[in-house]
Design a protein around this ligand. Structure first.
Ligand code: ADP
Ligand code: MG
Ligand code: ZN
Length: 619
């Protein structure tokens, strides 16, 4: 058997995706590997294919229990012997898995990182022939990354405790250069073959809205997406409860998830979502790492997250099946304040003071980039790709900003007021001050500090008293983005920069692109670069029949529908309308094993459907 037959027989795919083949070849030829690929890029296959070809077992280290369960269920359905070991199993079950593992019954064994230090596990692995250790979500090893997990640091020791060092391969979706270096160093990868594929997810539509009323905007978004599955992320537990209650009240079957809920309730909600009993999940960022649900059609952020890494990872849970999906961020200036507060009050206790301070500064830099995303008038996809260091065309033509309408507003006068205030305060005091003091001066605040510094005697005092504070603050932020003001790193004070002098002399105008504020009726749909082509009408009908068959099988086997076949597979099947097993195998995502297990049910459904249509014509 070679990698191509494994790909088609077990997974039902005819070609590898970008990056997969190179990593698989590396692993098969005994090299360590590092794969950085976007969510949904197909990282699992990079170790699953070698696992089926290498002698011995592949250990997969994976951070979350539900994720393992899902992956193992999917593998078993594809005819691959796999199991997991984690605390969700009874000791009886664990014993059973260990026994079978020792007998060589599994091609893949998934374990949680916490387990690596356990005596019983170390005893087990001494007796195993381990060909490959695959570390999933490898960025968890780096304290610079988003989800630092101290237990990941044990992996290095674990590897050295093995009788024979296996090939080690690490995978992640989010890794800046810094995090990649951490992964290589801390896992002790030996001269790894690195594959960093693009971060772009062409099937995702990105948009940023700043609605006056978030809830009614959310309701509108959900109504336009009835019948699709989606996640709504909120920044806090209270937010989750509030939004979920509001949706339920209006008749949307809603699941919810946050760390403050009882385990059992959380599990139940997660299941309801996973099995599409409740298509909408409202959750904090505690939800998701363990979720492999591939048919998520939209991710709405009800609040701005604290970094673009977090945003891209959460938003990236949409459209893993390759179908077009929407990632919409709703934000308000209050979100920025909340995010700052959360960062101020957090801090990893396991780090020493100095490191903690470094991490904190890093986090504030990340937050600034996130705020920039909310405010940019440029291409949103481009902004994201820039952040992750990837080249891209200047405009994607298919994100909210590329499609949205902008008004160019001349803000020269306001810019002059702000800049001259910054200059005057600086001249008056002999040093620079921060944004809030500038804001107070411009708006004529009666704050004692303003008076005690004598700022109320400046000619710019109260110059913008008639502007709402929010607007002045925004203008200041805009001038920073434009490079007319500089935020000095030491104390976040403001200083004039770039062309500021030209603006003050009236030799340069300043225009700000303002997204026409009419609520955009329909942020998504029908205008994406790579949206799936619409199905021909007869295939639409067949697709519904196939979905019904899938739902029935999923019900019988008590698994989520996408574990049977993905939407992409069913669409392909509806178009090809296979009549024989051979034809069925040509459908994307249909491998030998699934064809044997489910093929007849789908072939029957297709035959039935076509017979009914013929009858209709005869009538
Ligand atoms: P990641 O872990 O990188 O986020 P997954 O491994 O979960 O992504 O894969 C995402 C989806 O892509 C899965 O449904 C998987 O079956 C599918 N997939 C992976 N490789 C291929 C391929 N070569 N051809 C078609 N689909 C693929
Ligand atoms: Mg994965
Ligand atoms: Zn764009």
């Amino acid at each position: 058997m070679d990698k191509f037959s494994v790909l088609s027989q077990y997974f039902g795919y005819s070609t590898f995706r970008q990056g997969q083949e190179r990593l698989i070849d590396a692993i098969l030829s005994g090299h360590d590997a590092l794969g950085v690929m976007p969510t949904g890029g197909g990282k699992s296959l990079c170790y699953q294919v070698p696992a089926l070809l290498l002698p011995g077992v592949t250990l997969v280290i994976s951070p979350l229990i539900s994720l393992m369960k899902d992956q193992v269920a999917a593998l078993n359905r594809a005819g691959v012997d796999a199991a997991f070991l984690n605390s969700s199993l009874t000791s009886e079950e664990q014993f059973q898995v260990c026994r079978l593992a020792r007998q060589g019954a599994y091609r893949l064994l998934y374990v949680a990182p916490e387990r690596l230090g356990a005596e019983s596990f170390l005893a087990l692995v001494q007796g195993l022939d381990i060909a490959l250790v695959a570390v999933d979500e490898a960025h968890c090893i780096s304290q610079w990354g988003q989800d630092f997990r101290p237990s990941y640091l044990k992996i290095g020791d674990f590897l050295s405790a093995l009788p024979r060092r296996p090939v080690v391969a690490a995978f992640t979706a989010t890794a800046t250069g810094e995090v990649q270096r951490d992964i290589v160093r801390l896992l002790g990868l030996r001269d790894p073959v690195c594959e960093v594929t693009g971060f772009d997810r062409p099937n995702l539509f990105f948009d940023v809205l700043r609605p006056a009323d978030k809830l009614s905007t959310l309701l509108k978004l959900l109504r336009d997406r009835q019948g699709r599955s989606g996640i709504v992320y909120c920044a806090t537990r209270a937010g989750v409860d509030r939004v979920a209650a509001a949706l339920e009240e209006r008749g949307f079957p809603t699941a919810r998830y946050h760390a403050g809920m009882e385990d059992e309730a959380r599990r139940q909600n997660q299941d309801d979502f996973q099995f599409d009993r409740k298509p909408v999940m409202v959750a904090t960022n505690a939800f998701g790492m363990g979720i492999d649900k591939s048919n998520v059609g939209f991710v709405v952020h009800y609040n701005m997250p604290k970094s673009l890494e977090a945003y891209y990872q959460e938003a990236g849970r949409a459209g893993r099946d390759g179908e077009s999906a929407d990632c919409i961020l709703l934000w308000s200036p209050g979100d920025i304040a909340t995010a700052r507060l959360l960062l101020e009050s957090s801090g990893n206790e396991e780090l020493d003071e100095k490191t903690r301070e470094l991490v904190r500064r890093q986090e504030f830099r990340r937050l600034d980039a996130m705020v920039g995303y909310c405010r940019t008038a440029g291409c949103l996809r481009g902004y994201l790709l820039d952040y992750f260091g990837q080249d891209h065309p200047p405009a994607c033509g298919s994100c909210g900003n590329c499609r949205g309408e902008f008004r160019q507003e001349d803000v020269t006068t306001s810019a002059q007021m702000i800049l001259s205030c910054v200059v005057r305060v600086r001249r008056h005091l002999g040093y620079s001050v921060g944004k809030s003091l500038i804001l107070q001066t411009l708006r004529g605040s009666r704050d004692a500090r303003v008076a005690s510094l004598g700022l109320d005697r400046l000619s710019t005092y109260g110059l913008m008293a008639q502007f709402p504070a929010r607007q002045v603050r925004e203008l200041i932020d805009f001038l920073v983005l434009e490079g007319l003001l500089r935020v000095e790193p030491a104390h976040s004070t403001l200083a004039p920069a770039g062309d500021a002098a030209l603006v003050l002399r009236g030799e340069r105008t300043v225009t700000m692109a303002v997204r026409a504020d009419r609520p955009r009726e329909e942020p998504a749909g029908g205008r994406r670069k790579k949206a799936a082509a619409p199905l021909p009408p007869q295939a639409e009908g067949l697709l519904s029949a196939l979905k019904a068959t899938r739902a029935r099988l999923a019900q019988e086997e008590r698994v989520p529908i996408y574990i049977i076949f993905s939407n992409a597979s069913l669409s392909d099947m509806a178009v090809k309308a296979p009549r024989t097993r051979e034809e069925l195998l040509q459908v994307s995502g249909v491998g030998e094993f699934k064809a044997a297990r489910y093929g007849q049910a789908f072939l029957d459904a297709i035959a039935d459907y076509q017979r009914c249509r013929k009858d209709e014509h005869l009538d």
